[in-house]
Design a protein around this ligand. Structure first.
Ligand SMILES: *[C@@H]1O[C@H](CO)[C@@H](O)[C@H](O)[C@H]1NC(C)=O
Ligand SMILES: *[C@@H]1O[C@H](CO)[C@@H](O)[C@H](O)[C@H]1NC(C)=O
Ligand SMILES: *[C@@H]1O[C@H](CO)[C@@H](O)[C@H](O)[C@H]1NC(C)=O
Ligand SMILES: *[C@@H]1O[C@H](CO)[C@@H](O)[C@H](O)[C@H]1NC(C)=O
Ligand SMILES: *[C@@H]1O[C@H](CO)[C@@H](O)[C@H](O)[C@H]1NC(C)=O
Ligand SMILES: *[C@@H]1O[C@H](CO)[C@@H](O)[C@H](O)[C@H]1NC(C)=O
Length: 460
């Protein structure tokens, strides 16, 4: 069972890329709509508002391709002192591995096959724009994917590779990927941490924290258990051995902790508008500009980012499956034109099946009229211009803060004083007595944190 599970996890990307390569030979338009039609009568008619619906028997053209994708396989975000494998990762934590490079490259090649009729033969800067978060692993993933998507059509020492620009912004200014600060979002997340489902999660896994604390002689708690699980997951992807004391049972518990923590966080983290809203608004803006005047915009937009960005956009679109997206998972919005009407198709590709999942926006057909797409999702859109205001903590919360904070401060001081007095007394009583349980405290912190990541789950 364990072998099977590990094998599936490990092999799924590489094997499925090969399968997908074979499967993705249909033309773009065909593959976007193949197999979804006959069951839904509305697709071949006008809808109840008299708007044109997509006609499956008529040809259509892809006019704009936008894709957000997660980086490839990476090293663990954190290392722990008891782990033997730290030297296995030559570039340190949170870095794209050679496996990750290949995943991205192969996905680029697969996309070249799938969209070959739509993409120009050569890279053309007037047609393609690539943006990435300002992290090593996403910048590198974008480059690898582009190498597969746009091989050079000329010969030089690095053929078939050619340089293609990948744009980025300082995280502190990056509203699009929700990396720029957003106090309101932070506040909502903080509030959620003390909610009932969140507390339940913590206590559910308390026995695991206890057992692991005992075995590693370090404190394992809700916060770092996820990091440990991440480290073990990354190592399992590379077939590295587990610590001897870690039973299969404990490993599986940690893996389900990892999944559950993710689900819990992204089901509730902030609001879809505050988190995924900017990316959604950007993509809709690009589609509307393209529909209005094809000459005014590029025809391919690629966004290289994190699982959190997939989760956030997925939530904003109402298609998120609540699972941590595997490496190089993507969400694609295709804009199709048919007889002067524009339709959006939403694809989710987590490389689990031979073709991406066609997702339906609630209330719309798979090929959703652009205007209806906009209307249905309006509430989740957040323009770059509106984000600063939306991210400002609301007055009412300020009021709460103003009254509650002083009370908390006084209470805290009282508690600290009482505690210190108590400790003083205890220390005197047990002056040379029992050994300290706390000598391992210095090992509590993860060993390294080379990036500017706060180790928030968002940044995976
Ligand atoms: C690049 O794309 C633009 C816009 O589609 C087009 O006008 C131009 O001819 C293309 N350049 C080349 C060299 O194909
Ligand atoms: C490069 O592009 C030109 C013109 O688009 C085409 O004729 C030629 O076959 C291409 N060469 C390669 C190696 O793809
Ligand atoms: C911790 O280890 C000790 C000694 O091996 C054992 O008696 C105790 O039950 C363990 N505690 C937990 C929570 O596993
Ligand atoms: C891990 O082991 C599996 C099964 O033996 C193998 O297929 C896979 O290529 C290995 N992965 C790595 C990264 O070595
Ligand atoms: C991929 O997505 C599908 C559809 O949401 C889901 O059923 C499947 O479990 C996902 N696979 C992984 C590995 O997340
Ligand atoms: C999505 O909509 C299509 C029609 O466009 C329909 O055939 C299909 O059953 C829907 N899928 C789901 C999961 O609702």
């Amino acid at each position: 069972m364990k072998e099977l599970w590990t094998m599936i996890k490990t092999c799924q990307q590489s094997v499925l890329f090969v399968l997908l390569l074979g499967a993705a030979t249909l033309s773009t338009t065909e593959s976007a709509f193949a197999g979804s039609g006959a069951r839904n009568p509305r697709t071949s008619d006008t809808d109840k508002n008299g708007r044109s619906a997509f006609k499956r028997d008529k040809p259509s053209n892809l006019v704009l391709l936008q894709m957000l994708f997660r980086h490839g396989d990476r090293s663990p975000m954190h290392f722990f002192p008891w782990d033997k494998h730290q030297s296995f990762w030559p570039q340190g934590p949170a870095q794209l591995t050679q496996i990750g490079m290949q995943q991205a490259y192969h996905y680029g090649k697969e996309l070249r096959q799938k969209y070959n009729n739509f993409l120009s033969k050569d890279y053309n800067r007037s047609e393609v724009e690539v943006q990435s978060t300002d992290k090593d692993r996403t910048l590198m993933t974008a480059q690898c994917l582009l190498a597969g998507l746009f091989p050079a059509n000329f010969t030089w020492p690095l053929s078939p590779w050619q340089p293609i620009p990948v744009h980025t912004q300082l995280n502190s200014q990056n509203h699009l990927f929700a990396h720029a600060p957003c106090p309101e979002l932070d506040l909502l997340n903080k509030q959620y941490e003390s909610s009932e489902p969140s507390m339940k999660f913590t206590s559910k896994y308390q026995p695991v924290y206890n057992k692991m604390s005992n075995l590693t002689h370090t404190e394992v708690n809700r916060d770092n258990a996820g990091q440990i699980a991440d480290m073990l997951f990354c190592e399992s992807q590379h077939n590295l051995s587990r610590p001897q004391w870690m039973t299969d049972d404990m490993f599986h518990q940690l893996m389900s902790l990892r999944d559950e923590k993710y689900t819990l966080h992204f089901k509730a983290a902030g609001t879809p508008r505050l988190s995924g809203g900017p990316m959604l608004a950007e993509m809709i803006k690009n589609m509307e500009e393209r529909a209005k005047d094809p000459a005014s915009t590029k025809k391919v937009f690629l966004f290289s980012a994190h699982d959190s960005n997939i989760a956030m956009l997925g939530r904003a679109l109402g298609i998120f499956n609540n699972l941590q997206p595997p490496y190089v998972t993507s969400i694609t919005l295709e804009l199709h034109q048919q007889e002067g009407n524009f339709f959006v198709t939403t694809l989710f590709n987590n490389h689990t099946t031979g073709a991406p999942f066609k997702e339906n926006i609630t209330g719309c057909a798979t090929a959703c009229p652009l205007q209806q797409f906009h209307d249905l999702l309006r509430g989740n859109m957040l323009s770059a211009a509106d984000r600063p205001a939306a991210c400002t903590v609301a007055e009412s919360s300020h009021a709460v803060t103003k009254t509650v904070l002083p009370i908390l401060a006084v209470a805290l001081i009282v508690v600290v004083v009482v505690f210190l007095l108590y400790r003083l007394k205890r220390t005197r009583q047990t002056a040379h007595g029992r050994e300290s349980n706390f000598q391992y405290r210095q090992l509590l912190q993860p060993l390294s944190d080379s990036e500017d990541d706060d180790d928030h789950i968002d940044e995976l």
